[in-house]
Ligand binder design. Structure first.
Ligand code: PLP
Length: 341
């Protein structure tokens, strides 16, 4: 079946593979953890995830490296973020070592579907989900939970890989509430972005940016990636400091790499929507987005072009290269970032 997959042609879409991981929680403990083959989830119609969105999830990847291994990138960080979400959503935690073991097992079981090294950044997407299940009609936390992970080989999030993209700010809607769940990966955070995403893609934009919900004066983030900008003259790497953005593991990694490997100044601070002129480059960063540079960001009637509409800026390019070289085993990773499957 894998002979049908053309690794170079993969885009960011779902391919069914033979195995998924599931574990079940009831009466205070996890049980029946292991591989399963049915892609259909065992979920009842009265489950809180279906009725009330009691769920958190993750999105990490396994990479086929230059020397033929399969590795995970900072899986413990993804497990810890899932658990921060679990606490906020009144759900039981998945011990981080179990989370990492489950990621490894499900990738190993589907080894033939991990894109080999050297195919336009193709990798195996890993989607862990923690869901409130069981029959529970009241608006209150579930009494049963399902932890499940599916995987799928994927290519780049946006067509064309490392090329500039056109983004637009949704100035009519907020992604999340000011003191809401923006800083965890709650399933419900994504529902509110879908209508705008559909509309803007029909108008030729690649993705939507959201402003901070309290003042609407600063950039917060995209619906599924953080935002960065590179200051003119200094090349300072700046990314929004905000309680309403998801603490991206790609961002955390790029802040470190920018400072320690590229020798750049870094800052988590405000990026005001009326101060785009301060920046030479900008873009999206995330596990799926990797680094997706901005050709332009449109805000109301103003279309601001950053580095170029056709070329990728040198700092974005260098950051992309450093991060992906670590993930695909081309250069040495900082300690603990890369875990063999
Ligand atoms: N912001 C949001 C809202 C996301 O959904 C994601 C993806 O998980 C990110 C940012 C990027 O986070 P990470 O780099 O950990 O994938």
């Amino acid at each position: 079946m894998t002979d049908k997959l053309n690794w170079d042609e993969l885009d960011f879409s779902y391919t069914e593979v033979p195995y998924r991981w599931r574990a079940y929680w009831k009466d205070g403990e996890w049980y029946k953890a292991g591989l399963e083959t049915d892609p259909q989830l065992p979920i009842r119609e009265a489950a809180p995830i279906v009725n009330y969105g009691q769920g958190v999830f993750e999105g990490n990847k396994a990479y086929g490296t230059k020397d033929g291994k399969v590795v995970l990138f900072r899986p413990d960080e993804f497990g810890e973020r899932l658990n921060r979400g679990a606490r906020r959503m009144a759900m039981p935690e998945v011990p981080v070592e179990e989370f990492v073991r489950a990621c490894k097992e499900v990738v190993k079981a589907n080894r033939d579907y991990v894109p080999p090294y050297g195919h336009n950044g193709a990798a195996m997407f890993i989607r862990p989900m923690l869901l409130g299940v069981g029959d529970h009609i009241q608006v209150s936390a579930a009494e049963e939970y399902l932890f499940t992970i599916y995987v799928s080989p994927v290519g780049p999030l946006y067509k064309g890989g490392l090329v500039p993209h056109n983004y637009i700010i949704d100035h009519e809607h907020d992604r999340v509430a000011a003191d809401g769940t923006g800083n965890i990966k709650a399933t419900a955070n994504y529902a509110s972005t879908l209508a705008t995403a559909k509309k803007i893609r029909e108008s030729g934009y690649d993705d939507v940016l959201y402003l901070d919900p309290a003042t609407h004066t600063k950039i917060d983030e995209f619906s599924s990636a953080n935002f960065f900008a590179i200051e003119k003259d200094t090349n300072k790497f700046v990314t929004p400091k905000s309680d309403t953005v998801l603490p991206s593991i790609t961002k955390k990694s790029l802040l470190w790499l920018a400072e320690n490997r590229l020798g750049l100044e870094v800052e988590e601070g405000d990026i005001k929507v009326d101060e785009f002129d301060k920046y030479a480059e900008a873009g999206a960063m995330g596990n799926a987005a990797i680094i997706s540079p901005a050709a332009s960001v449109t805000y109301k009637d103003d279309r601001h072009v950053f580095y170029s509409e056709t070329e990728v800026g040198p700092v974005s390019k260098a950051l992309y290269k450093e991060l992906t070289a670590i993930q695909f085993g081309e250069v040495e990773a900082p300690e603990g970032w890369i875990v063999d499957v």
